[in-house]
Design a protein around this ligand. Structure first.
Ligand SMILES: Cc1ncc(COP(=O)(O)O)c(C=O)c1O
Length: 481
């Protein structure tokens, strides 16, 4: 209990004033039990007699009432005091940064946020759950907790995790990285905010895919960057439409464009690297789920082609494991590496060491590899189930952008406007189906009804049921011709 003593006169008198202040100010509300005298004496480093004397006086003045066998309770003597005025719930933004926070981020309007009360939801970003992973992870964590030293970890990340990440990247993503160039972060979100701090001044231009991942977009806007949207098509970023005035940074998702699913072609990859080299700009590669491809081997990351070291490569364990882990990594070009490590140190001194150690072991002992294989198989079954059910029951009414990858599909209601799409989403919600529009992922949404269907967290049976509901809503929908 916080009870400041004013240093005036005998100690028991100081304690009486402090306790009365707490009662009158509402910090000790009527009916609350006073702490036992021995405990309060220990907490305040006073003698027990001092506390007993103070309690005696509070009782005499009517601030305390003893109940036999259950202690002494706070009483508010006389008329109730004026309630203290509430602190204001909202103040004007206190900085340019806060102004941008309010302008660009709205807690209540996060795209794709789950709608309450629906039976089935195609919400994107809900993790795939796997009981085998849960128990393997619990074992790895308890083992790591037993031997991880309690001092601060190195800000750059545990060496054994950085080494394990390099091995994984070389094997799975075609990226040859050295442990000294890896910085462990809390996910893509921290990677982009460190990138902004290391590379961008307020007002600097950043080219970003249109459409794009809203959280990266917001982080850059809130940092003060000026975003230049560049369209994507089936081959990924339209490199022929990169701005004439070169931006400082270009943000891309080449392995699985978010949210369209496009895989960036080799020609575009080369064109992008060439543009970055010629114009001295940096590339932020967000390789968030490049691991999960179902038609062929996963394609190598853009970073693997980058001989001139323009790419800041970021990977995350949010998709391949689960997002509450909050671990990911940056592979930084050598010339930027120390700035990234310093920025990470300033941000949080380093990511939690026990989780890092557990993850390093999980990667090294084959548990992660087994989990990846199982997950890719299950996700493919779910994707096939969703595609099959949609094609069977409403194929004529849909254009499906099937990327053969990841954990979501982009589906367009053929010939329907964005407003008709919104009406369909509203009807589906009333019938117990959570659907999410593609519009919030655009700066300038097209007038077409697009839906982002996340299926990672739904079983095959749930997917089939949800697809039935989808078809029933579509049949019920009375679209004006
Ligand atoms: C495009 C994209 N990048 C990255 C992430 C993951 O971000 P983080 O690593 O911060 O969890 C997501 C998650 O939904 C995503 O959709």
């Amino acid at each position: 209990m916080y009870l400041p003593l004013d240093g005036r006169g005998p100690l028991h008198g100081q304690l009486v004033r402090s306790l009365k202040d707490a009662v009158l100010g509402g910090r000790l509300p009527a009916g609350l039990r006073y702490p036992p005298s021995r405990l309060l004496a220990q907490q305040l480093d006073l003698s027990r007699n001092t506390v007993l004397a103070a309690y005696e006086q509070l009782r005499a003045e009517g601030f305390m009432q003893a109940r036999v066998g259950s202690g002494s309770y706070v009483v508010m003597p006389g008329a109730p005091v004026q309630p203290r005025s509430e602190p204001p719930q909202r103040v004007p933004p206190q900085s340019a940064y806060a102004r941008r926070l309010r302008r660009y981020h709205d807690h209540g309007a996060m795209p794709g946020r789950g709608v309450p009360g629906v039976l089935h939801s195609f919400q994107y970003g809900v993790p795939f759950t796997n009981p085998l992973l849960t128990s393997a992870w619990a074992r790895a964590l308890s083992h790591a907790a037993a031997y991880t030293p309690p001092n601060y970890p190195t800000a750059q990340g545990l060496p054994m995790l950085r080494a394990a990440v390099c091995e994984y990247l070389s094997l799975r993503r075609g990226v040859q990285a050295r442990p000294e160039d890896v910085i462990v972060v809390t996910g893509t979100q921290q990677a982009v905010s460190l990138t902004a701090r290391v590379l961008l001044d307020e007002g600097d231009e950043v080219a970003i895919e249109e459409p794009q991942y809203f959280a990266v977009r917001e982080a850059l806007q809130i940092h003060g960057a000026r975003l230049v949207p560049v369209p994507v098509d089936r081959e990924g970023l339209r490199t022929d439409l990169l701005p004439e005035r070169p931006p400082r940074l270009i943000c891309v998702t080449p392995s699985h464009q978010f949210p369209t699913g496009a895989l960036m072609s080799l020609a575009r990859r080369r064109a992008l690297l060439d543009y970055a080299c010629r114009h001295d700009c940096w590339i932020f590669e967000d390789d968030y789920d490049g691991e999960f491809r179902y038609d062929a081997q996963p394609h190598a990351a853009l970073c693997g082609l980058d001989d001139s070291r323009r790419v800041i490569y970021t990977g995350t364990f949010s998709k391949v494991l689960f997002p509450s882990l909050r671990l990911g990594y940056i592979v930084a070009p050598p010339g930027l590496r120390d700035d990234f490590v310093s920025a990470k140190w300033v941000d949080d001194f380093g990511s939690p060491a026990i989780e890092q150690a557990a993850l390093a072991h999980f990667l090294a002992d084959g548990g992660f590899e087994r989990h990846l294989r199982r997950t890719a198989k299950t996700l493919k079954q779910r994707r096939d189930a969703l595609l099959g059910a949609l094609r069977r029951s409403c194929g004529e009414a849909l254009d499906i952008d099937d990327s053969n990858a990841g954990m979501h599909l982009l589906v367009w209601l053929r010939g329907r406007s964005a407003a008709q799409g919104d009406a369909f989403i509203a009807l589906a919600q009333r019938r117990g189906l959570g659907l999410y529009s593609i519009a919030p992922y655009y700066f300038d949404p097209p007038d077409r009804a697009g839906l982002l269907l996340g299926y990672g967290a739904l079983s095959v049976a749930e997917i089939e049921e949800a697809a039935r509901l989808f078809a029933a809503c579509l049949a019920e929908m009375d679209f004006p011709e």
